[in-house]
Design a protein around this ligand. Structure first.
Ligand SMILES: CC(=O)N[C@H]1[C@@H](OP(=O)(O)OP(=O)(O)OC[C@H]2O[C@@H](n3ccc(=O)[nH]c3=O)[C@H](O)[C@@H]2O)O[C@H](CO)[C@@H](O)[C@@H]1O[C@H](C)C(=O)N[C@@H](C)C(=O)N[C@H](CCC(=O)O)C(=O)O
Ligand SMILES: Nc1ncnc2c1ncn2[C@@H]1O[C@H](COP(=O)(O)OP(=O)(O)OP(=O)(O)O)[C@@H](O)[C@H]1O
Ligand SMILES: N[C@H](CCC[C@H](N)C(=O)O)C(=O)O
Ligand SMILES: [Mg+2]
Length: 535
C-alpha cells in the first residue's frame, strides 16, 4: 500500500494538531522549531517520501541494523531534497551536519506516532473513526476477528476486518471482501491510513488482529480500541521475543489503558494459564472484564454443553448476570473443532462488549440468529469437497494449534487420521520438533514436508523437525520436502473413512522458497489431487 502526496494536496502544520494530542511538555518543546513548518504527510519509509513530507525515521528491529548510521545516512540522503523535516527515533547527531534539513530526535516517538498520523489525517478531512475490537493471542486471532466482524455486520452495522487473511469491509451476508495484507498487524503508517480509508467509507465497527510483534513495536498506537480480546498463549515467536514472559508482556499491553486509553472491556479466555496476567492488566486499567471458558462454570460465557460433529456442533452457552439477564443461549455452530467453540464464545462476548462500549444496540437475540450463518475464516478447518475421504485445509503453525486440530478431528475419525505439515523458515526454530511430536502423537499417518522455507534450506528445517524422533516415529513418518507431492500422496492413499488435515498454510496462495514467492494454494492442490485420483 502506498499513499502518494500529490502536490495539490493541502499542506498542514503541527500547531493546530497540538490540542488533539496529549504529548509530554518535553516533546512539545522539541517540536517547537518545526511547529509552523508546512508539510504534506508523515511517511515512515524514505523510499515513499514525497515533496514536502515529513520523514519519520524508525529504528530497525534487526539488531545489527538498529544503529547502523551508514544505512541511516542513506535514508536521510534519499529524503534530503524532499522532506520538510525529519522526526527521528535514532540519535543521528554524529551525521546530522551532512544534511540541510531539520532533524528532531524523539526517542519516544512510537508512544505517539499513530496518534500523530491519525490527527494529521483528521486535519485534512475529518471523519468519525470506527469503534474497534482488537484480538490478541497465539492462535485464533484471525478466526475470532472474522467471526466477531460477521456477528456485528449481520445486525446491519457496517463492519471491517484487518488481519493475516486480509483487510476489507464485510459485504452483504457478512462475506468478507478482503485485500491481501502484508502483515497480521500493519505497520503504523499503513495501519492508520487503512483505518482512515475505512472511516471515509463510513465503517462503524472494526475488528483487528493485534500480533505480539505489532504490540511490541507499537504499530497499533493511536488506534481507538474499545474492546480487547485474549484468546490464548502458547509457544511461538521465540526468535523475536526473549522468552514466554516477554511474549506474554507484549500481549498484555493490549489490556493497558496507558497504551489504549479508549478501552472499556476485556474479554479473556479463562482456560488459558496466562489469563491471570491479562486479567491483572485489565483490572489495573479498571476495564469491565468478561471471561469465557469451555470448562469453568464461573466464566461469564460458559459452554455448558457441546455436542460436536464434523459439521460443527450444538451448543448451550450460559451467560452470567453481569452480562445479561437472559441466561442461556442455544445455538448451532457451523464451526468444526472444540477450540472453535472457544473462538465463538470470545466472538459473542466481543460483539456484545463492543455494542455496550459504543452504544450500538446489538441484542443477544440478534447474535443468536447470526451464529448459524457464520463462516469460518478461509483456510482454517476448511473442508475441501470430496466424495470419499474428508480433506481439511488448516492454518495450524504452532505445536498447540496442531494439537488442538488433531485432537478435535480424532474424535470424529473412524478410520486413520493423517497430518501433512511443515514449519516456516526464518521463524522460531524451537517449535519445529514440538510440532513434529504433536503430529506424531495424535495422527496415525504423518507426512513432514515444506511450509515456507523462506531463506532456509527445506531439508535443514525437516532435520530440525525430526530432532529427538524415536525409531518407531521415523517409521511412522514420511518425509517429502515437495509439498505438492506430499499432499498428492495423502490424497491418493487416504481411505474413505480417513481424515486428512493439511496444516500450516491455510489461506496462503504462495510458497516462499529462497526469497521467491511461487504460486501455491493448499486448497487448489488438494482439489486438483482429488480430481486426479478420483476421490
Ligand atoms: C521483525 C519485524 O517485525 N520486522 C518488521 C520491521 O522490520 P525492520 O525493523 O527490520 O525494518 P528495516 O528494513 O530495518 O527498516 C527500519 C525502518 O527503516 C525504514 N526504511 C527502510 C528501508 C529504506 O530504504 N528506507 C527506510 O526508511 C523502514 O520503513 C523502517 O521504518 O519493520 C518493517 C517495516 O515496518 C516490517 O515490514 C518488518 O516485518 C517483517 C517483514 C516481518 O516478517 N515481520 C513478521 C515477523 C511480523 O511482523 N509478523 C507479525 C505476525 C506474527 C503472527 O501473528 O504470527 C505481523 O504482525 O505480521
Ligand atoms: N482458540 C484456538 N486455540 C488453539 N488453536 C486454535 C484456536 N483457534 C484457531 N486455532 C488453530 O490455529 C490456526 C490459526 O488460527 P488463526 O488464523 O485464527 O490464528 P491467528 O492467531 O490469527 O494466527 P497468526 O498468528 O498466524 O495470525 C487454526 O487454523 C487452528 O489450527
Ligand atoms: N504469522 C505467522 C504465520 C506463519 C505461517 C506459516 N505458513 C509460516 O510461513 O511459517 C508467522 O509469520 O510466523
Ligand atoms: Mg492471524
Amino acid at each position: 500500500m502506498t499513499y502518494n502526496n500529490p502536490m495539490e494536496k493541502a499542506m498542514i502544520t503541527l500547531q493546530p494538531m497540538m490540542s488533539a494530542l496529549s504529548l509530554p511538555e518535553s516533546v512539545r518543546q522539541l517540536l517547537n522549531p518545526v511547529m509552523n513548518q508546512p508539510f504534506g504527510q508523515f511517511v515512515v519509509d524514505s523510499r515513499q517520501v514525497g515533496q514536502g513530507d515529513v520523514f519519520v525515521l524508525l529504528k530497525s528491529q534487526n539488531a545489527t541494523d538498529s544503529l547502523d548510521l551508514e544505512k541511516v545516512a542513506g535514508y536521510l540522503a534519499q529524503v534530503a531534497d524532499k522532506a520538510a523535516f525529519v522526526l527521528s527515533e535514532i540519535d543521528v547527531s554524529a551525521i546530522q551536519s551532512q544534511f540541510m534539513l531539520p532533524i528532531i530526535y524523539l526517542p519516544s516517538i512510537r508512544d505517539f506516532l499513530g496518534s500523530l498520523i491519525q490527527t494529521s489525517l483528521q486535519q485534512q478531512h475529518p471523519t468519525k473513526l470506527p469503534a474497534v475490537i482488537a484480538v490478541t493471542g497465539t492462535n485464533g486471532k484471525t478466526t475470532v476477528s472474522q467471526l466477531v466482524a460477521q456477528l456485528i455486520s449481520q445486525s446491519g452495522i457496517k463492519t471491517a476486518v484487518m488481519g493475516t487473511a486480509g483487510n476489507g469491509v464485510l459485504g452483504e451476508k457478512g462475506a468478507p471482501n478482503l485485500t491481501p495484507s502484508t502483515h497480521t498487524t500493519l505497520e503504523v503508517f499503513n495501519l492508520q491510513h487503512a483505518i482512515d480509508d475505512f472511516a471515509k467509507q463510513d465503517v462503524q465497527a472494526l475488528a483487528i488482529e493485534a500480533s505480539s510483534h505489532g504490540l511490541h513495536q507499537q504499530r497499533l498506537q493511536g488506534v481507538p480500541v474499545n474492546v480487547a480480546i485474549f484468546t490464548n498463549l502458547s509457544r511461538d515467536h521465540l526468535d523475536y521475543h526473549t522468552d514466554m514472559d516477554d511474549y506474554a508482556q507484549a500481549k498484555a499491553r493490549l489490556f493497558d489503558k496507558a497504551h489504549f486509553p479508549t478501552l472499556t472491556h476485556a474479554i479473556i479466555n479463562l482456560d488459558d494459564e496466562f489469563s491471570a496476567l491479562m486479567i491483572e492488566a485489565a483490572n489495573a486499567s479498571h476495564l469491565t472484564v468478561w471471561t469465557y471458558s469451555l470448562t469453568n462454570d464461573q466464566a461469564d460465557f460458559f459452554a455448558k454443553t457441546i455436542v460436536p460433529s464434523l459439521q460443527g456442533g450444538d451448543l448451550t452457552i450460559a451467560l452470567s448476570k453481569a452480562v445479561t439477564p437472559q441466561g442461556e443461549l442455544t445455538v448451532n455452530s457451523p464451526l468444526l473443532g472444540r477450540f472453535n467453540v472457544a473462538n465463538l464464545l470470545a466472538s459473542i462476548a466481543g460483539a456484545l462488549a463492543l455494542s455496550q462500549s459504543a452504544a450500538m444496540g446489538l441484542s443477544v437475540a440478534q447474535i443468536q440468529a447470526a451464529v448459524p450463518t457464520l463462516r469460518g475464516a478461509t483456510g482454517r478447518m476448511d473442508r475441501v469437497p470430496s466424495t470419499s475421504s474428508c480433506f481439511i485445509v488448516d492454518y495450524a503453525h504452532t505445536p498447540d494449534a496442531l494439537e488442538q486440530v488433531l485432537t478435535s478431528l480424532k474424535s470424529h475419525c473412524t478410520g486413520e487420521l493423517w497430518a501433512v505439515f511443515g514449519c516456516g523458515g526464518d521463524r522460531d526454530k524451537g517449535k519445529r520438533p514440538l510440532m513434529a511430536q504433536a503430529g506424531l502423537r495424535l495422527a496415525d499417518k504423518v507426512i513432514l514436508t515444506a511450509d515456507n522455507p523462506r531463506s532456509e534450506d527445506p531439508n535443514a528445517i525437516l532435520n530440525d523437525m525430526q530432532a529427538g524422533m524415536t525409531c518407531e516415529q521415523h517409521y511412522q513418518a514420511i518425509i517429502e520436502p515437495d509439498r505438492q507431492k506430499a499432499i498428492e500422496y495423502a490424497v491418493q492413499h487416504a481411505k474413505p473413512s480417513d481424515i486428512v488435515v493439511i496444516a500450516g498454510k491455510g489461506h496462503e496462495t504462495y510458497q516462499e522458497i529462497k526469497g521467491v514467492r511461487h504460486d501455491f494454494d493448499d486448497k487448489v492442490v488438494v482439489k486438483n489431487a482429488i480430481e486426479k485420483f478420483g476421490k
